[in-house]
Design a protein around this ligand. Sequence first.
Ligand code: CUA
Length: 319
Amino acid sequence: MVTLVPLAGCAGQAPSALDPAGAGAQRVEGLWWLLFWISVVVFVEVMALLAWALIFRRGGRTRVRHSQPLRFVTIAGAGLPLVILVAVYGVSLRDLAALGTDPGRDAPTVEVTGHQWWWEVRYEGVAGATANEIHIPVGERVRVRLRTADVLHSFWVPQLMPKTDLIAGETRETWLHADRAGQYRGQCAEYCGLQHAHMALMVIAVPRPEFDARLARLAAPARAPSTDAERRGQQAFVQGTCAACHTVRGTGAQGRVGPDLSDVGSRWSIGAGAVPNDAGHLGGWIANPQTVKPGNQMPPQPVDAARLPDLIAYLRSLG
Ligand code: CUA
């Protein structure tokens, strides 16, 4: 218990399912502690019996005479485990049913598609897309519809909900609920190739008006460039190779292979948790994404060195 308390406090970069911030994760935490304490009691009991047997049977002489050994073995060895397992099974079924309930017809729906190795995020009824970031309104259940574009992935936000696998050809549903505002890191929890570890996401729980404003921004064109450098950057982006794979809403760049970059400047990271989102890492990523996140789908870019600062300025302005 003493050693587990510090672990439970490791939020943020290393979120713990033992530090729940929403209804789904609270169910999981309850089950975890139930199994933990049952295990402790059973372990202590078995060790006590073992000690008792070793002490009283030393020397090969049996000093203990159990009046009814068969009854003892039946009750302690079969009956008690059966009762415990049936009880735990019952609690698990109750929690599974609670986790599987529909979040309600009016719940906002976010559509998440797993890619090697990033998360495409769209909201039902909203045209725009974003990546590796899911905004949800605090205190409300949000339906999450999960698909994969390639291999198996697993969507997991330890502080909010249990793992849900993304299976090719299927649409899975779960829900997110956060009872306080904040950022909750999620992670792909199914090995999906070289950069499985760099397939993180951030769930950002905000008050309802902020959530509505966020959806409105996703529906609108991206911010227009306001300086000369940003304008040159936009031109380089739209006319260069970037536009073949990426979208920036309201421009000629409408590629669908890579993440939509219309709000890339405000995102929490570059490369789904690979590196921080700042000008230096962005420049490094554009020049050669393979050094930052080897194996990802974006090839090194033949960017004119003189244009790189403009491209960085433009992308940093999108947010
Ligand atoms: Cu996607 Cu692991």
